[in-house]
Design a protein around this ligand. Structure first.
Ligand code: IMP
Ligand code: MG
Length: 174
C-alpha cells in the first residue's frame, strides 16, 4: 500500500481552514482584496478557504513549478501570472505547503514588482525544518514534520491530489 492513514483528517482540515478564513475576514474587511491561489497544489485548500472568507474579494491563480538544483537553490518557472493589475491591491497568496521556501520567495518578489499596497502569504502546511530561504508567512494551518505529504491537493508525481485528507506518502519497500 502506498497510502496510509490520515495524519490530518478531513474534519481537522475544515476546522483549521475556517479558523484561517475568520482571521483573514477580520484582517481584510474594507480592503481591496485579491486572493491568488498557486496551482496546482493549492486548488482544494483555496476553494475551501475562499468560501469561508466573509470579506469581499476577487480571485486569480498563478501557475508555477520549481526544480531543485541542489539542497540550497532551485529554479522557479511561472507559466501563468494573474491578469488583474495588482498595483495598489491587497494581495493574499495561497499555497499548499512551504518547504524550502524557494518557490514562495520567487513568487513573492514577482508580485512585489507590481507594487501591491500589501502582500501576505497563507499556507496550509509548513515544513519548517526544510527551509533554506526565509519567507514571511502570515497565516499557517499546520506545522508538519519532514515527511512527504500527499492528499487535499498535494501530489506525488501528479497522483493523490484527490484524497480528501492529508497523509504521508511512502515508497514501497524494496
Ligand atoms: P518549496 O519551493 O521547496 O517551498 O516547495 C514548495 C512546493 O513543493 C509546494 O508548493 C509543493 O508543490 C511542493 N512540495 C513540497 N513539499 C511537499 C510535500 O511534502 N508533498 C507534496 N508537495 C510538496
Ligand atoms: Mg505547489
Amino acid at each position: 500500500m502506498f497510502i496510509g492513514k490520515p495524519i490530518i483528517s478531513e474534519e481537522q482540515i475544515q476546522i483549521k481552514v475556517k479558523e484561517l478564513a475568520n482571521r483573514i475576514s477580520k484582517d481584510y474587511s474594507q480592503r481591496d482584496l485579491i486572493v491568488i491561489g498557486i496551482l496546482k497544489g493549492s486548488f482544494m485548500f483555496f476553494s475551501d478557504l475562499i468560501r469561508y472568507i466573509k470579506s469581499p474579494l476577487k480571485i486569480d491563480f498563478l501557475i508555477a513549478s520549481s526544480y531543485l538544483k541542489d539542497s540550497s537553490s532551485g529554479e522557479v518557472k511561472i507559466y501563468y501570472f494573474p491578469r488583474e493589475n495588482l498595483t495598489g491591491k491587497d494581495v493574499l497568496l495561497v499555497d499548499d505547503i512551504i518547504d524550502t521556501g524557494i518557490s514562495l520567495h520567487f513568487i513573492r518578489e514577482k508580485i512585489l514588482d507590481m507594487n501591491p499596497s500589501s502582500l501576505k502569504i497563507c499556507v496550509l502546511l509548513d515544513k519548517k525544518e526544510r527551509r533554506v530561504v526565509d519567507v514571511p508567512v502570515d497565516y499557517v494551518g499546520f506545522s508538519v514534520p519532514n515527511k512527504f505529504i500527499v492528499g487535499y491537493g498535494l501530489d506525488y508525481q501528479e497522483m493523490f491530489r484527490n484524497i480528501p485528507y492529508l497523509t504521508i506518502f511512502k515508497k514501497e519497500a524494496k
